[in-house]
Design a protein around this ligand. Sequence first.
Ligand SMILES: NC(=O)c1ccc[n+]([C@@H]2O[C@H](COP(=O)([O-])OP(=O)(O)OC[C@H]3O[C@@H](n4cnc5c(N)ncnc54)[C@H](O)[C@@H]3O)[C@@H](O)[C@H]2O)c1
Length: 376
Amino acid sequence: MVIGVPKEIKNNENRVALTPAGVAELRKASHTVYVQVNAGEGSGFSDEEYIGAGAIMLPTIEEIYGIAEMIIKVKEPIAQEYPLIKENQLLFTYFHFASSEPLTHAMIERGAVCLAYETVEKTDRSLPLLVPMSEVAGRMAIQEGAKYLEKPSKGRGILLGGVPGVKPAHVLVLGGGIVGAQSARMAAGLGAHVTLMDVSLPRLRYLADVMPANVDTMMSNEYNIREAVKHADLIVGAVLIPGAKAPHLVTRDMLKLMRPGTVLVDVAVDQGGCIETCRPTTHEDPTYIIDDVVHYCVANMPGAVPYTSTVALTNATLPYVMQLANKGWQQACRDNAELKVGLNVVEGKVVYKGVADAWNLPLTAVNEVLQEEVLS
Ligand SMILES: NC(=O)c1ccc[n+]([C@@H]2O[C@H](COP(=O)([O-])OP(=O)(O)OC[C@H]3O[C@@H](n4cnc5c(N)ncnc54)[C@H](O)[C@@H]3O)[C@@H](O)[C@H]2O)c1
């Protein structure tokens, strides 16, 4: 198959959809890979490395879209890319169609095959192409929290791990899923005392088993949170209720209970945030202060560490890319139910219920689309 990797042109996006290692794997399976000049620059991969791995470099995005049967990307196409997309061209990337009606209509009109990273789903309902970014954000929450706890950043002036003879900081993590577990482990590794809360007892049992000794697990409820915020130095918001806005677990009045210089990192900001006073911020201006409490609420945390994020993402996407390249999208989706639920818009038809519901569009059964392909 002929595969194209354009340079991401969305503002501040430094990730790239394929590393030189990925190019080498595809070349080994006799596929042709075109990479746009400088596509890997933001993630620290040079054109020479891509060439060394067997890629052919093309100078413009138009040439990449023009030649490729499958485009692999990171972010959804933006308006200036719409006209470049060809009928029947396979696009494998994050789309988040339910949050953009213009994108949905544009992809229907272009007649492309849109396979969305975010809806590829395993049989245990986990989302393998979202997990890596949650892992990055969870670990980063502690790194950022530690930084903003320093006095020049308006924090309490406390070192997470303390030193011999000085108590470590106390980290409260709300939500013990992917983000929360990574945060707790990272904070514990630095020597902090960690309290990890979740509403799921089976999840708490599991976490209590696997977490280091300096992590306590606790049921998440208003009473426990109200008590815990009083002596927390760093609070990480990491809850998710699938398909819903995050609940406000830390309410505005609780800020008054916190000590001045406490740091809040609300990773769940992309779902509205689980801290009532959270509003989205950017890497350029990541924090603001309310009632002497530092708020860090960056909605795309992994964007600050593009090398790690690119490698983590492509580790997860490459096995699917290989299946799509080896078999073509129809056969790959027939053979692998995980990929099949990734199909969102196929040659003008919406085949994913969440997208059809979001924009009141007719839904075509995905089996029908694949069946049509079998017959044609
Ligand atoms: N800001 C960023 O850059 C960034 C990056 C990645 C993920 N995220 C966001 O981080 C959030 C967490 O993602 P995840 O992958 O860890 O999700 P996850 O589904 O793995 O974990 C969510 C956890 O929250 C728990 N939960 C639900 N209600 C709760 C409550 N009331 N109190 C305590 N825990 C509760 C669930 O039981 C679950 O264990 C999501 O909103 C996700 O979109 C943000």
